[in-house]
Design a protein around this ligand. Structure first.
Ligand SMILES: C[S@@+](CC[C@H](N)C(=O)[O-])C[C@H]1O[C@@H](n2cnc3c(N)ncnc32)[C@H](O)[C@@H]1O
Length: 280
């Protein structure tokens, strides 16, 4: 990975406040990355006190990302739009996709300027990847963004990845409209992959983590499976459906959990329902 060749992260511009934790950098801290500040590490440490397997959930999520991307590549998909991509870490979308298809194209999108800065630094001048600063809730801007349009062909199947990002977006008409817009813009053969925090069998622990994030200025919205399923309206889940992340098509290389249902993250991948009635 490009990041392995980089000695140290770039200095953040003045617009990035190192004292304000960011979801991207807290997640990087969970994953043992180096692109985070003391304030981020403090949140990650406190979250791990509250829920000792929080870092494990982050690793499970990355493992799901790899399996979902391989699945999409196995379906012939060669274009990926990674919404809420975070700070690149080992096993990035383009690396995994290229194992199957060296010509795979990936646009990474994140709303956090520090994630975009680090991603651009780590990915370097790769001609088949781009990093865009943008809000996943603004598909009308993202899907017409020249950088996105120059790399991804909207007329061909695409894999939309929304991994560990929707739980940072509170319910709103804008969020529902955004999901509809992505679906309506997707070419036949496209896939939507989602992973999402849930209370599952451990709602009190999840409430404590949500409270911690909320106090640091980042809303965290755990959702139950029925609500997460609604994000797939107009899409048809492939087997095994919406399940706990470690249960989604685990492979031989995956670290097995003794009890997959102890996970705090749901995951699913869906194909487009081409005959879905358009939402009003
Ligand atoms: C926990 S990280 C997940 C990173 C990666 N998708 C993964 O699953 O490994 C969540 C990311 O979503 C980003 N994010 C939050 N709200 C967003 C929004 N409205 N649009 C785009 N990105 C957003 C955060 O900045 C953060 O980088």
């Amino acid at each position: 990975m490009h990041g392995d060749q980089v000695s140290s992260p770039p200095e953040p511009p003045a617009t990035i406040d190192p004292n304000l934790p960011s979801a991207a950098r807290v997640y990087d801290a969970f994953l043992g990355g180096t692109h985070n500040f003391a304030a981020d590490r403090a949140v990650a440490a406190r979250a791990t006190e509250l829920v000792p397997d929080a870092p494990r959930n982050a690793r499970d999520n990355r493992a799901f990302l790899r399996r979902a991307v391989r699945f999409a590549a196995s379906r012939g998909i060669r274009q990926f739009l990674d919404l809420g991509s975070g700070i690149p870490t080992s096993g990035n979308v383009h690396e995994v996709a290229r194992e199957a298809a060296p010509d795979a194209r990936v646009v990474y999108v994140d709303v956090d300027p520090s994630a975009v800065l680090y991603a651009r630094h780590l990915l370097g001048a790769d001609p088949l990847t781009r990093v865009v600063l943008g809000d996943a809730q603004r598909p009308e801007l993202l899907l017409t963004d020249p950088t996105v349009r120059n790399l991804l062909d909207p007329g061909r199947p695409m894999c939309l990845l929304m991994l560990a990002v929707l739980h940072f977006l509170p319910d709103s008409p804008a969020l529902d409209a955004a999901m509809r817009a992505y679906r309506d813009a997707a070419a036949p053969g496209s896939l939507l992959a989602i992973s999402h925090i849930t209370g599952g069998t451990r709602p009190e622990e999840m409430d404590r983590i949500a409270d911690l994030y909320n106090r640091t200025g980042t809303p965290l919205v755990p959702r139950n499976p029925d609500r997460v399923l609604r994000f797939f309206d107009g899409w048809e889940l492939v087997a095994p459906g919406l399940v706990y992340t470690p249960q989604w098509r685990p492979g031989p290389d995956d670290d097995e959990r003794a009890d997959p249902a102890s996970s705090l993250t749901l995951a699913g991948v869906a194909g487009l329902v081409t005959d879905a009635t358009p939402a009003s």
